[in-house]
Design a protein around this ligand. Structure first.
Ligand SMILES: [Zn+2]
Length: 88
């Protein structure tokens, strides 16, 4: 019975240190930018989504989504295009 208790204590200590070490290594190899990768596309309004491109309905130019000018629910490349509206 004494041996069983000793084994349990050793495993407890080992597990404690294993958890600490694992967190320590995770902090080194996985910086706090992990939340950015799991961000939903088109989530929060006004947020710039990396890599997503939009085409301006007025002049046809491509620009990163979130950086353009919004008018009537449509995003244009610039305020000038937003004023002109979509091309005929
Ligand atoms: Zn435009």
């Amino acid at each position: 019975m004494r041996f069983l208790l000793f084994t349990a204590v050793v495993f407890g200590i080992f597990y404690f240190f294993y958890n600490k070490l694992r967190r320590f290594l995770a902090q080194i190899f996985q910086p706090l930018t992990e939340e950015d990768n799991t961000a939903q596309p088109g989530g929060a309004p006004g947020r710039i989504n990396k890599g997503e491109m939009k085409q301006c309905p007025a002049c046809g130019v491509y620009f990163p989504a979130g950086t353009g000018e919004k008018s009537g629910g449509t995003e244009y490349c610039s305020a000038e295009c937003a004023r002109k509206g979509p091309a005929e």
